[in-house]
Design a protein around this ligand. Structure first.
Ligand SMILES: C[S@@+](CC[C@H](N)C(=O)[O-])C[C@H]1O[C@@H](n2cnc3c(N)ncnc32)[C@H](O)[C@@H]1O
Length: 374
């Protein structure tokens, strides 16, 4: 599908992107509104709000915000809760069409919508300037047609704002074998991108996974943040990717849960194998046998524990979430591989058990450390 007819019909990879965005936003919004009472969403490449008959990002944000603000729990606990939605797109026609599409749906008065036609570079400075001191939690969704649409420095400036998360979506189907690519010198924006966004630069990556990992490590390094997560969307010749950048482990945990429900090995949604419109597409990943990803995780867990011999239960849980896995995976590895020699209590309230769950972080439960046999 070319960029020209993007809005005529929703492609398979766009449908998966929207599904993941919707699931994430659905899980993320309640946590924010119950804690802060408001939040700001900025969809800065918003399009028209529709892809053919299906909802695009803008309508998904509006509908989910409506649903949640009408929810009995939020009405009771945070009666004044508000969601501010800002939509912008470089194409005036798209914003006009978005206005039309928004007028066709119901809106709660506490969903406050602004839309403007600006290019990303035009709007960027005024947004970062206006939000410099703002404590309101902010969620930026960046969904351009091309990877060359924003810079690492712009990502850094967004993530430097208080209480901020960024979710971006990139097509990267062009290539990932770059060193031996004929005539790469004719593509200066590709060279600039590789130098700016990957640790290895112009290199023949062995797999998409290696390429995405190289981007992940570069973002972590340059932005000095721990929690960066790619999810690959593999639609045959079209390869795309969502990246979540967050400063809070709850955000990363939520995306990990979605990824482990939706993606093979927690990292790649393959559209050929799975039909996203049926539940079976996202069938539960088989965890009975240790998959390749689990074996790799087991190795990094061993490295972590070797370097941190006094690691406590909560530190192990944080490490696991940061690596893109779930607390249940640690229990699975411990049980399958029988590497615990001893659980050492460090708190009087310790009762026998592993205490490996997200609740250990949520409730700050530092109960025990483990002695491992390698
Ligand atoms: C992939 S579409 C967005 C789709 C939308 N998120 C959805 O879910 O329906 C990319 C959009 O980015 C806009 N765009 C491309 N380059 C831009 C730029 N530099 N600044 C602002 N908008 C841009 C295009 O007009 C297009 O509407």
């Amino acid at each position: 599908m070319t960029t020209k007819n993007f809005f005529d019909k929703q492609s398979d990879s766009t449908a998966v992107k929207i599904k993941i965005l919707q699931e994430y936003f659905k899980g993320y919004l309640p946590k924010l509104l119950l804690t802060f009472g408001n939040c700001l969403v900025a969809d800065l490449f918003c399009g028209t709000g529709k892809n053919g008959k299906e909802d695009g990002s803008a309508l998904i944000f509006i509908k989910e915000a409506n649903n949640f603000l009408n929810d009995k729990t939020i009405v009771k606990k945070q009666p004044g809760a508000k969601v501010y939605l800002f939509f912008s797109d470089g194409d005036k026609q798209n914003i006009k069409q978005l206005k039309q599409n928004i007028s066709n749906i119901e809106k709660n008065d506490r969903v406050i919508i602004r839309r403007k036609s600006y290019s990303f570079d035009e709007i960027f400075n005024s947004i970062t300037e206006k939000l410099k001191e703002a404590k309101i939690p902010k969620f930026f969704f960046l969904d351009p047609f091309s990877y060359a649409s924003f810079s690492m420095d712009q990502l850094r400036q967004l993530m430097n704002l208080l209480n901020t998360e960024v979710l971006f979506f990139w097509p990267y189907n062009e290539v990932y074998r770059f060193k031996t690519m004929q005539g790469i010198e004719k593509y200066p924006s590709l060279i600039k991108f590789l130098q700016e966004f990957t640790t290895k630069g112009i290199f023949d990556y062995e797999s998409q996974k290696e390429f995405l990992n190289s981007i992940k490590e570069k973002i972590k390094h340059d932005l000095q943040i721990d929690l960066v997560r790619p999810i690959e969307i593999n639609a045959g010749s079209t390869k795309k990717c969502l990246f979540l950048l967050t400063k809070h482990w709850e955000g990363m945990l939520l995306m990990n849960q979605i990824a482990w429900k939706r993606a093979e090995g927690g990292s790649s949604v393959s559209i050929r194998k799975m039909n996203y419109k049926q539940n079976s597409l996202f069938s539960k990943t088989q965890m009975d046998n240790l998959t390749l990803e689990m074996r790799e995780f087991e190795d990094s867990l061993k490295d972590f524990l070797t370097n941190n011999p006094n690691a406590t239960n909560d530190e192990i849980v944080y490490f696991t979430i940061k690596e893109g896995f779930l607390p249940r995976h640690i229990v699975e590895i411990f049980n399958k591989c029988k590497w615990i020699e001893k659980v050492i209590p460090i708190s009087k309230s310790y009762k026998k058990g592993l205490y490996i769950s997200a609740d250990t972080l949520r409730k700050n439960k530092r109960f025990c450390k483990f002695r491992y046999k390698f």
